[in-house]
Design a protein around this ligand. Structure first.
Ligand code: DLL
Length: 449
């Protein structure tokens, strides 16, 4: 169902007009209200009165993550705290978090774009939506919650973790839509297997998965294991939280951006130049309608591409490709740029292995090394374990003929497709740490020494 035909199916020309008007207003507004933007625009020689529409966008300076840290906690707020009704924060890997604020209008707009997104995945009033994203400072739980309520679905606010209880409620309440990270959905499957729950018999029909990079291969794996449609949802705290964009269940081919509120661009991360439609680069977003935390040309660090080609679902908004990773998560292995999700894609081409893996990067002398640890499927594991003398002996385990073949096959695939030599090591089913939120799949020893 298309929730807001007026804005989701608007002609591109008319939408551009609306975006341009909103942009001009927002630029004026932040100039008057946020000292950081007044300084930044003055230093960049920008006269806000001269910003009239979309063609002026490339002349505006970027806002970067470091600016958010410098202005911690409320320096970028464009409204007095008395108008703020909610504060969220995203945990930084180092130091202080990034703080974001919302007025009541911001919360309403967020609920609306989330409702659109859930509808885009095929959810509606009759659905029972289980929100398995964390509630708290993280935007996932409350974002999905308000959106599902606005849509009129029955919401189960279970939050993250609670693995066994998640499964119990899915069964007892008849959950039809689940929202959580894709890695948590895989963990839920493992636990369902352990307790003998046949998930294919659940009434669950749609999963709304995001908050971390995942691949097409992982989508297929989840869809097949759970017998559901798995849709990708994207967002970030700095812009609003989840609901910046979402795939439609009809095409599952690119995420529809709510671009009447969030104006997207793709830039070359090195030069900052805007790239033409279709080219891969860093996503930059301008908040056109946010009141408290309206970022201008925010560099998300996320790598994707845009298209405005019509979609079979009838929506006309711009679509972004699945995010392949963050520019700061990109691994450089002996000069080759590698995203963890690329390795995931290649791994999951082999049906003998499970979608649970860890990438360990190190440096031996002046050589970068990448070790790929991945679990093999339980049935193969048991077959191999029975065939060797000792179940516990790791050498017997890895030296089994079928595993040696599989290993060299995967290593060759990674070399052919990504262009790097890696060492693959198989691990027992269940031995790689599971995630109840965002998965941590990379260990970079180079940064730890
Ligand atoms: O992760 C918001 C969210 C919650 C999105 C629930 C979707 C579902 P942050 O914690 O601020 O916010 O992290 C934002 O996570 O810049 C991306 O790098 C990554 N990310 C979010 N969604 C996706 C996705 C939430 N679908 C950062 N695919 C973003 C790949 C994603 N990466």
């Amino acid at each position: 169902m298309i929730r807001d035909r007026e804005h989701e199916c608007m002609g591109r020309g008319e939408l551009g007009q609306l975006q341009g008007e909103r942009l001009a207003k927002q630029v004026q507004r932040v100039y008057e209200r946020v000292p950081f933007y007044k300084d930044l625009f003055d230093k960049s020689g920008i006269d806000p009165n001269k910003i009239k529409g979309l063609t002026d966008l490339p002349s505006l300076p970027f806002t970067k993550k470091v600016n958010l840290h410098e202005q911690y906690p409320f320096g970028l707020f464009a409204t007095p705290l008395s108008d703020v009704v909610r504060i969220h924060a995203s945990s930084g890997t180092t130091g202080k978090p990034t703080t974001v604020g919302y007025t009541q209008n911001d919360i309403d707009m967020w609920a609306e774009v989330m409702a659109r997104s859930l509808a885009c995945c095929g959810a509606g009033r009759d659905d029972i939506v289980q929100v398995g994203y964390g509630y708290g400072l993280f935007t996932g739980g409350l974002g999905a919650h308000y959106g599902a309520e606005r849509l009129g679905s029955a919401v189960i606010p279970i939050s993250g973790s609670n693995t066994q209880r998640q499964l119990m409620l899915m069964e007892d309440f008849g959950t039809t839509v689940v929202c959580c990270t894709p890695s948590f959905m895989l963990y839920l499957y493992d636990v369902a297997q352990q307790i003998g729950l046949d998930v294919k018999n659940l009434p669950l029909r749609v999963g709304v998965f995001g908050a971390e990079p995942w691949s097409e291969e992982m989508r297929r794996d989840i869809e097949e294991k759970w017998n559901i449609k798995a849709c990708d949802i994207y967002g970030l705290s700095e812009i609003i939280g989840p609901g910046v964009s979402c795939e439609c269940v009809e095409a599952q081919n690119g995420l529809h951006i709510n671009d009447d509120h969030f104006l997207p661009e793709i830039i070359d991360p090195d030069t900052g130049e805007q790239l033409p439609e279709g080219e891969l680069g860093e996503l930059v977003i301008t908040c056109l309608t946010k009141e408290t935390f309206p970022l201008i040309r925010y560099r998300t660090g996320d790598i994707t591409r845009l298209t405005t080609e019509p979609c079979i679902c009838g929506r006309t908004n711009a679509r972004m490709a699945r995010v392949s990773g963050r520019s700061d998560d990109m691994l450089i292995i002996r000069g080759v740029n590698v995203f963890p999700s690329q390795v995931e894609s290649v791994l999951l081409m082999s049906p003998e292995i499970e979608p649970h893996y860890k990438l360990v990067v190190d440096r031996k002398g002046s050589m970068d090394t990448l070790d790929v640890q991945v679990e093999i499927r339980p049935d193969l594991y048991h077959e191999v374990s029975e065939a060797v003398l000792s179940l516990d002996d790791i050498n017997y385990f890895t030296e089994h003929e079928s595993l040696i073949k599989l290993k060299s096959h995967i290593q060759k695939n990674i070399k052919d497709i990504i262009g790097i030599n890696v060492k693959v090591a198989f691990r027992e089913p269940g031995s790689i740490e599971r995630s109840e939120g965002k998965a941590q799949r990379v260990v970079d020893m180079r940064k730890q020494g």
